[in-house]
Ligand binder design. Structure first.
Ligand code: KG4
Ligand code: ZN
Length: 333
């Protein structure tokens, strides 16, 4: 079965062709980062307009690269939430029209299910159940993936997502958008010398607003005496410790011995390294997505859509013409 996947929830217009949920025939990502960089973050209105001007070309490029035609596509997978509403609407409207015109099923897919599925593209033999540590610009969740289309939230951030915290810390340190990779690069030259607050709750929730405020306060207090590399390093070390510690505690308590990392922040090398070490010490299985599938892309959406399709979540768009995008779509609730 051949899926054409569409992702437009934030600042990447992406279209992919994926066979049977695992084999990527093409994955085109047209990034808008250089445009938004000037503004220090994503400008939603500009993102929507850029998706609209890009999408037809990205679809054509994905088909050409896969050496396929529209008639070879069996169904369409599309991110319908969560994300920037104007950005999502472009992908959803395009997918609805294409599914109608080609008379093939549509599979609206949750963006985070896509991030988790990035691991199915990386590991041929990976199957649920497993724990997933989801770390992105909008999410920090511990999700128990019971089956391909069955998700239970074990814990989540009570305020900022970890990627959001990276981006805000980058701004304070005068680094460009997107901040995560920049903070990480700066941290390589630093030492863990600043003591920053770590949170721990009775359940498995996270919180990153305290550390973000602490970083801002240190930066304002120390001004020109600030050791930027050390602050970046201390921040990265503290948040990655918090993520891994919480995840290990949940896995131990719930007797789950397999973990899958997902979301844009899974590209962070310190986090990958710590998760690998912690799981090795405990004899747990650890899965890290291929770096090319960590940040937003449509191949991961097509993979997740495939499993939703198999689980009966596809439909004929003519039966549901009012399909809409949902900016704050929840997972597993
Ligand atoms: O998953 P993603 O591409 O978009 C959302 O669904 O939110 O994640 C983007 C987030 C941004 O906050 C970005 O700064 C962060 O992932 N990120 C990183 C790294 N690469 C991307 N954070 C830390 N270290 C990285 N290497
Ligand atoms: Zn994402």
């Amino acid at each position: 079965m051949i899926c054409l996947g569409i992702e437009s929830s934030c600042d990447e217009t992406s279209v992919a062709i994926v066979k049977n949920g695992r084999e990527v025939l093409s994955n085109i990502v047209s990034t808008q980062i250089p445009i938004h960089k000037k503004f220090g973050g994503v400008v939603p209105e500009i993102a929507s307009r850029k998706h609209l001007t890009n999408i037809s070309f990205v679809v054509k490029e994905a088909l050409d690269k896969a050496n396929l035609d529209f008639k070879d596509i069996d169904y369409i997978g599309v991110t319908y939430g969560p994300g920037l509403i104007g950005a999502l609407l472009v992908g959803v409207a395009y997918a609805k029209s294409l599914a109608y015109a080609l008379n093939i099923p549509i599979v609206p897919t949750h963006h985070i299910e896509g991030h988790i599925a990035a691991n199915y593209l990386t590991y041929e033999s990976l199957r649920p159940p497993f724990m997933s540590l989801v770390v992105s610009g909008g999410h920090t969740h511990l999700i128990y993936v019971k089956d391909y289309a069955e998700f239970e939230i074990i814990g989540k951030t009570r305020d900022d997502a970890v990627g959001e915290a990276f981006d805000k810390v980058a701004r304070v340190l005068g680094l460009p958008y997107p901040g995560g990779p920049e903070v990480s690069k700066l941290a390589r030259d630093g030492e863990f010398t600043y003591k920053l607050p770590k949170t721990k709750f009775d359940n498995y929730d996270f919180s990153f607003s305290g550390i973000k405020t602490a970083v801002i306060n240190i930066a304002h207090k120390e001004k020109e005496n600030l050791r930027r590399e050390d602050l970046a390093c201390s921040f990265e070390q503290t948040v990655t410790d918090e993520l891994v510690d919480n995840c290990m505690r949940a896995m131990k308590d719930l007797k789950i011995n397999k973990v899958v990392l997902a979301g844009g922040v899974s590209a962070n090398l310190v986090l990958r390294d710590k998760l690998q070490k912690a799981t090795k010490e405990r004899n747990y299985e650890c899965y890290l997505p291929d770096l090319k599938y960590c940040t937003d892309n449509a191949a991961m959406i097509a993979s997740a859509a495939h499993y939703n399709y198999i689980c009966g979540k596809s439909f004929d768009i003519k039966d549901k013409l009012d399909l809409n995008a949902v900016a704050n779509l929840k997972i597993g609730e």
